[in-house]
Design a protein around this ligand. Structure first.
Ligand code: AMP
Length: 303
């Protein structure tokens, strides 16, 4: 088992879906990621919150064994806030408001344990901050990155700099097209591999996720859920399962990447079943195993 470091937003989210609303609930890319990855390996989260961040949220991560020693509480600052809404098509979030707050001029300082981690995930946040963390890592076996339209449009040059230095990009389909400026997803993924990452994972919500690289093309379906409430964090949870499994196996080979895709899909399926981290909080590891069995059966092509 190898260590996994993540930097990304730790947030208070206000979300409206056709099935309900939540106000200032626990959210953030690094939060969903680290909670999900904690089912597989030792996760260490790097980030910042304000002094308004409820203690119970921190306790939740600590109870899962997540190392929060590099999650700074900045006095006098407020926590990152995001608000968004979804229509009946849960694949597309509309951002209503983003307040960077504690992340606005956060300068992370990684300790020796963080620097030596073999796996690093640069979750959704300012690419300048993602690069700062990557620069502090000694020799990661695998570095992966996620981003979104906000940064693709607002900080493209910085994003391209960090992208040039990672092994894997995890991104949703709309954002892959936006980043590559190419409507065809296969061509978009190929264009992205020329920007740096040798592997691109394209998340397509209820339509599953694709892995594309020079050497292989792989597809993991989404779990067929009957009740979906809120897709917020599904992408980050996918990434948590994906990276958590690779770190647990301490592996980066092609077969492990395929197995990691299915773990990612299984973890993401739980997040959409309730708001915020509510479903993950009730998750029993045996439920993960049960969904993996269903996946194996779903994609069996013969017999
Ligand atoms: P996902 O639904 O997996 O794409 O991620 C949703 C999470 O990303 C929410 O919990 C938000 O707090 C967080 N988020 C939204 N916008 C941003 C942003 N511009 N930078 C970093 N994190 C964000």
């Amino acid at each position: 088992m190898a260590d996994l470091v993540v930097v990304g937003s730790v947030a208070l989210d206000s979300v409206k879906t056709p099935f309900g609303t939540v106000t200032e609930a626990l959210g953030g890319a690094a939060t969903y990621f680290s909670y999900a990855a904690s089912f597989f390996t030792q996760v260490r989260v790097v980030g910042a919150v304000g002094d308004d961040f409820p203690q119970e949220h921190l306790a939740l991560l600590i109870e899962r064994g997540v190392d929060t020693s590099a999650l700074e509480v900045l006095p006098g600052k407020k926590t990152f806030r995001w608000s968004g809404e979804y229509g009946f098509d849960l694949n597309e979030a509309r951002t209503l408001d983003v307040q960077l707050n504690a992340f606005a001029d956060f300068k992370p300082k990684l300790g020796p344990v963080h620097r030596q981690a073999r796996f690093v995930f640069l979750a959704n946040i300012d690419p300048v901050l993602q690069l700062d963390v990557l620069n502090q890592m000694e020799r990661p076996a695998l570095a992966a990155l996620d981003t979104m339209n906000f940064w693709i449009e607002g900080k493209r040059e910085d994003l391209l700099k960090v992208l040039a230095r990672v092994d894997v990009l995890l991104i949703n389909d709309t954002e892959a097209r936006m980043l590559a400026r190419e409507p065809n997803l296969v061509k978009a993924a190929r264009a992205i591999t020329e920007m740096g990452p040798r592997t691109v994972v394209i998340k397509r919500g209820e339509y599953g996720a694709l892995l594309l690289s020079q050497a292989q093309f792989f597809f993991a379906p989404a779990y067929p859920l009957e009740s979906e409430f809120d897709p917020t964090g599904a992408g980050d949870t996918f990434a948590g399962g994906f990276m958590g499994y690779l770190a647990q196996q301490n592996a980066t080979d092609l077969a492990s990447l395929r197995r990691a895709m299915v773990r990612g899909a299984a973890m993401a399926s739980f997040t959409v079943e309730d708001f915020s981290l509510e479903r993950l909080k009730r998750l029993d590891p045996r439920e993960i195993e049960a969904r993996l069995v269903v996946f194996a059966d779903m994609v069996r092509l013969e017999g």
